[in-house]
Design a protein around this ligand. Structure first.
Ligand SMILES: [Zn+2]
Length: 214
């Protein structure tokens, strides 16, 4: 398939979901998006934990969604990882919701067929993933780290100030995401570039003016 959603289009979709759920997109401080509640109450999907390593023998299966029966299955074999890394767990939940919102009812997408002929999307970690996986990741980043809230934080730091790892670790903690998910998101939004030496370069101010306005 082709990459068909721009980042702006994705922001509109995720922002709509957050507003529908009644969340404040202009809070004093970033806060964790209640992703499990959004999945269960707003979209009425069930979340189950089962061992599903068999779905893909070639990669690490993290989770799967069965759209026909409105179920998200988290891989129980990865429960230790998910418990240790709440950020990864939240991102995986949001990624699965991304498949539901973006792909499940889209005729252009052809999910795999399971043994009993149910449709399924299963999701691996690692490289070489198809574009719908990247698109579900983009959805997850955009939902869990709303653009408005991030830009608000950038404005708090100040237009000419350096963004430090201290800022980023604080923000990842507030959003309850992994540091890599946050860095990816900031890069996607064109706010920072992190070089090979882990130096943070700020890209969002041009001659002292904030490029991004709320
Ligand atoms: Zn996936």
């Amino acid at each position: 398939m082709t990459w068909h959603l721009s980042l702006d289009e994705m922001e509109k979709i995720t922002q709509g979901i957050l507003i529908d759920y009644g969340l404040n997109l202009n809070p004093k401080e970033p806060y964790p998006i209640p992703i499990e509640e959004i999945i269960e109450f707003q979209f009425e999907l069930d979340i189950l934990w089962e061992k599903i390593d068999h779905l893909d023998k070639t990669g690490d299966v993290m989770a799967a969604i069965f759209p026909d029966i409105r179920k998200i299955i988290m891989n129980e074999s990865k429960k230790d990882l998910f418990e240790e890394k709440i950020g990864t767990r939240n991102f995986t939940f949001a990624h699965e919701l991304g498949h539901w919102v973006l792909h499940a009812n889209n005729q252009m997408q052809t999910p795999q067929k399971h043994d009993n002929n149910e449709s399924i999307f299963y999701c691996r970690s690692g490289k070489g993933r198809p574009n719908i996986e990247k698109e579900a990741d983009m959805f997850a980043g955009s939902l869990l780290m709303p653009k408005h809230i991030i830009l608000n934080e950038m404005n708090k730091i100040g237009a000419n100030k350096k963004i430090t790892w201290k800022h980023l670790y604080k923000m990842q903690d507030q959003f309850n995401v992994s540091i890599s998910a946050l860095c990816y998101r900031l890069k996607d939004l064109g706010i920072v570039y992190i070089d090979n030496e882990q130096k943070i370069h700020r890209l969002d101010n041009v001659s002292g003016h904030l490029l991004f306005k709320l």
